[in-house]
Design a protein around this ligand. Structure first.
Ligand code: FAD
Length: 386
C-alpha cells in the first residue's frame, strides 16, 4: 500500500510478482473477494438475530481498561489495548498486529507487531490518517505464530474475507478486534492541522490526534520541546472529517461487523442528541459479535482487565448518531453514485433496505442530493486546478 498524490493509501502491484502469472491469477482472485473496496459479504457471519442497523450483537457494554495507563493513553476507554495486553499475557497469541506512528516520520502510520505492554501502550490512540494494518498479512502467513489483529472495520473485513480463502491465515489469526469508524481522512487533513497549529513538518518531533485523556487534545510536539494543541472538536469536527475518502462515505460497515469485538467512543449524549466531547475519564462502547469474542471478553472481564456494565442495544443509537445516520442513508448515496455512473462496491447481506425504510424518504432524499452536490463541487475544483 502506498500514499498517492491525494494523500490516501492505495494498493500497488509489487513488481517482484509481475512475472508469476499462475500465482497472480490465484492471488488476484482471492484479492478481489477479500478487498473491502470491491466486495463486502456479511452473509457467512450472520445469524437469525442479525440487527439491520448494528449487525450481529451477542452482548453490548460500556466500559474501560482497569490499567490506568492504558485507559489514559487509549483513544476512548483503552479496551482494545487492554484486551490485546490480556491476550499476550495469557499466551493466547504471540503478537498483536496494529498500527502506530513511525518513530522516524511522526506522520507516517506503520503496521507493527506488538509483543509487550510497552509496545501496546505506544500504539494506543486513533490515527486519523491513512494506515494499513493488513500489510502484516504476508508476514503472518509466512510462519506458525498466532496473532490478534486490530484494524479499522474495512481491514477487519479484509482479514476475515481473506481468511475464507487461506487456511493458514485462519489458523494464525484467532482474534480480530475493530472499532467504529467514521472514515479515513486524507493526509492532507493532517497537513491542514499542522498549518493551523503553525508547525512546519520538518520541525515536528511527534504528533497525536487524540488520547492522553478522553477525547484528549490533538497535539504536536516540536523538536525544541514546544507543544501546540487543539481540541478534538476543532481537529476532527472542523478539519479532518472534511477530508474523508469517497469509499468511506458509502461504507455500510463503519461498525466493524466482521470483527469478534468492536469498541467505540461511549459518548454521553447532550440535549440535542449529539455528544458534548467534554474531557472525562475514558469510556468505551463495546459490541461483542462472535462466540470467540464472547469467550475472550468474558474471561478478560472476569480477570478484572476490563471493567464493564451491561448496556441495552437500543442505547447505541444515542451514543453513535453518526453511524446510525450513515448506515440508514447508504442506499441513497449508492443510488446517487449509480446515477453518476461511478463504480460502486458489491455489498451483500447488510439488509440496507431496512435502514432506508427506517430513516424515511425525506432524509434519504437529503443524503442523495447532498452526495450529488458534493461531487459537483469536487469536479468543479478539479477543473479549476487543471
Ligand atoms: C479513522 C478513525 C475513525 C474513527 N471513527 C469513529 C467513530 O465514528 N465513532 C467512534 O465511536 N469511534 C471512532 N473511532 C475509534 C475511536 O477513536 C477509538 O479507537 C475506539 O473507541 C477504541 O478505543 P480504545 O480506547 O479501546 O482504543 P485503543 O486502546 O486506544 O486502541 C486503538 C487501536 O486502534 C489502532 N488504530 C489507531 N488508528 C488506526 C488506524 N487509522 N487504522 C488502523 N488501526 C488504527 C491502534 O493501533 C490500536 O491498536 C475512529 C478511529 C479512527 C482511527
Amino acid at each position: 500500500m502506498k500514499l498517492n498524490d491525494d494523500g490516501y493509501r492505495r494498493p500497488f502491484l509489487n513488481p517482484l510478482f509481475r512475472d508469476k502469472p499462475v500465482a497472480d491469477a490465484r492471488r488476484s482472485d482471492a484479492f478481489a473477494k477479500a478487498c473491502p473496496a470491491l466486495n463486502l459479504d456479511i452473509r457467512p457471519y450472520k445469524t437469525e438475530r442479525y440487527d439491520p442497523i448494528w449487525g450481529e450483537l451477542k452482548e453490548t457494554f460500556t466500559g474501560y481498561a482497569s490499567d490506568p495507563e492504558i485507559r489514559r493513553n487509549g483513544s476512548s476507554g483503552g479496551v482494545l489495548s487492554a484486551l490485546a495486553q490480556y491476550c499476550l499475557e495469557q499466551g493466547l497469541v504471540d503478537g498483536v498486529v496494529e498500527v502506530r506512528a513511525s518513530t522516524i516520520n511522526p506522520l507516517e502510520n506503520i503496521a507493527v507487531v506488538s509483543r509487550s505492554r510497552k509496545h501496546i501502550i505506544a500504539s494506543c490512540g486513533s490515527r486519523y490518517a491513512p494506515a494499513s494494518a493488513a500489510e502484516a498479512l504476508a508476514f503472518i502467513a509466512s510462519g506458525e505464530e498466532k496473532f490478534l489483529f486490530i484494524g479499522k472495520p474495512c481491514e477487519a473485513a479484509a482479514v476475515r474475507q481473506v481468511q475464507a480463502e487461506d487456511p493458514r491465515l485462519r489458523e494464525n489469526i484467532p482474534y480480530i478486534l475493530s472499532f467504529m469508524c467514521a472514515g479515513t481522512p486524507s493526509l492532507r487533513g493532517t497537513d491542514e492541522l499542522l498549518e493551523q497549529l503553525e508547525v512546519p513538518r520538518e520541525e515536528l518531533a511527534s504528533f497525536r490526534y487524540r488520547g492522553d485523556g478522553w477525547p484528549g487534545k490533538t497535539q504536536a510536539v516540536l523538536k525544541n520541546g514546544e507543544r501546540r494543541t487543539m481540541t478534538y472538536n476543532e481537529s476532527w469536527g472542523k478539519v479532518l472529517n472534511r477530508h474523508l475518502q469517497t469509499r468511506c462515505k458509502i461504507c455500510p460497515d463503519g461498525i466493524g461487523e466482521f470483527a469478534d469485538i468492536v469498541c467505540a467512543d461511549g459518548w454521553e449524549a447532550s440535549g440535542d442528541g449529539y455528544p458534548t466531547f467534554e474531557e472525562a475519564d475514558g469510556q468505551s462502547l463495546i459490541l461483542v459479535r462472535s462466540d470467540q469474542g464472547q469467550k475472550l471478553f468474558g474471561n478478560a472481564r472476569a480477570a478484572g482487565v476490563v471493567i464493564a456494565e451491561d448496556m441495552e442495544p437500543a442505547e447505541i443509537r444515542k451514543i453513535q448518531p453518526f453511524q446510525y445516520y450513515r448506515r440508514t442513508t447508504i442506499v441513497a448515496r449508492l443510488l446517487a453514485m449509480k446515477l453518476l455512473r461511478l463504480k460502486t462496491p458489491s455489498y451483500k447481506g447488510f439488509e440496507l433496505g431496512k435502514g432506508l425504510r427506517e430513516i424515511g424518504l425525506y432524509q434519504s432524499f437529503r443524503a442523495f442530493a447532498g452526495f450529488l452536490v458534493r461531487r459537483k463541487k469536487i469536479k468543479k475544483r478539479q477543473l479549476e486546478l487543471a
